[in-house]
Design a protein around this ligand. Structure first.
Ligand code: ADP
Length: 344
């Protein structure tokens, strides 16, 4: 059941008016705050503080000139990204309407000849997986809470006709440094911005999370996010990914056939309902895969067993640390391929 849905609406309005830039509270919901063809520098200072690097973008801290509020600004180099030329109409209107406690809010957007600037709500808690590694203990119940929020976020974006398409741990951020509970999904809506061929290449750049129907270039829909949620759930519970091989051909083959295992001893302590959720998500046929509503109705989310509160063995954190290091090496290789002009 979607526990958050009843309180969401009132929450949303407070947050959106608090977080947005100058004069935004007066703008009707679902409309762009500023004209995208205007200069971003009129409204925001783009600082040099780098918050992160994505596959084809850098994210910098920005300050709204009117309110002095801090924001995150994602700068997409248009020369490197094949994007939809028609995006600045309906698509952006859809993205700007997105407003959910577990989804990073897009506040504003500017489109220049060279760059696309997405002004977003700033989160300061860093990536979820880094925090798990730092924590003293981490339990199955903690993993369940993350999954509940992730599935609620997915349910919300799907209901708004958005497929994330690139769900992976790097896209799960934490709201603040002192709160390691509230996750925020970043990077949604790429399918509204980038063209399909480009997205396909990006997806195949991080194949470990990608649904079989994307790899086999079949038509795809929201079910691709459910597959990725299954991969994330698996990693949250054992610290390593279900599909992994240095050889891409073998990796693709295991994804296309959903060949994964719950290895002993790592999975011995994990409950059957948790494994049942993963089994229902990592299903090759997208029609047979559970959707977000069905996933949230599964037994794991309604039971509370004392064993699920027990810290998971340290090997989870050890494995997760190794996995994080490897992912970071990969991202830094990607980052070094990105060039962003001097004016940023
Ligand atoms: P890409 O789509 O190009 O992969 P992401 O949206 O994943 O880029 O952003 C890259 C990194 O930038 C994230 O992993 C995170 O560390 C940082 N980041 C992204 N959005 C925000 C935000 N709203 N607040 C703070 N940091 C962010």
């Amino acid at each position: 059941m979607d526990k958050s849905s009843t309180t969401e609406k009132s929450d949303k309005r407070d947050k959106s008016s608090k977080n947005r830039g100058k004069g935004v509270a007066d703008i009707p919901k679902g409309r762009l705050v500023h004209d995208p063809s205007e200069e971003i520098s009129l409204y925001y200072e783009v600082t040099n503080k780098l918050l992160g690097t994505g596959n084809f973008s850098v994210v910098k801290k920005g300050i709204a000139k009117g309110t002095k509020e801090a924001v995150a600004i994602k700068i997409i180099d248009k020369k490197r990204v094949k994007h939809k030329p028609e995006m600045l109409s309906n698509e952006v209107e859809i993205l700007i309407k997105i407003d959910h406690r577990n989804v990073i809010k897009l506040l504003d957007l500017f489109d220049t000849a060279d760059y696309l600037y997405l002004v977003m709500e700033l989160v300061t808690g860093g990536e979820l997986f880094d925090r798990i590694v730092e924590r003293e203990s981490y339990s199955e119940a903690d993993a369940k809470e993350v999954m509940r929020q992730l599935l609620n976020a997915i349910k919300y974006i799907h209901a708004n006709d958005i497929v994330h398409r690139d769900l992976k741990p790097e896209n799960l951020l934490l709201e603040t440094e002192d709160n390691d509970v509230n996750i925020k999904l970043s990077d949604f809506g790429l399918s509204k911005i980038y063209d399909n061929e480009f997205l396909m290449k990006t997806a195949c750049g991080t194949p470990g999370y990608v649904a079989p129907e994307i790899l086999s270039a079949n038509p795809y829909g929201p079910a691709v996010d459910m597959w990725s949620a299954g991969v994330i759930c698996y990693i949250l519970l054992c610290g390593y990914p279900p599909f992994y091989n240095d050889n891409d051909a073998i990796l693709f083959e295991s994804i296309l056939n959903a060949k994964y295992q719950f290895h002993s001893p790592y999975w011995d302590q994990i409950s059957k309902p948790a494994k049942d959720l993963i089994r229902a998500l990592l299903v090759v046929d997208p029609q047979a895969r559970v959707n977000s509503t069905q996933a949230l109705e599964m037994e794991w989310f309604s039971i509370s067993t004392s064993s699920s509160e027990q810290p998971l063995p340290n090997q989870l954190k050890e494995k997760l640390t190794l996995f994080r290091e490897e992912s970071k090496i990969k991202s830094s290789i990607k980052a070094s391929l990105i060039t962003v002009g001097k004016k940023n």
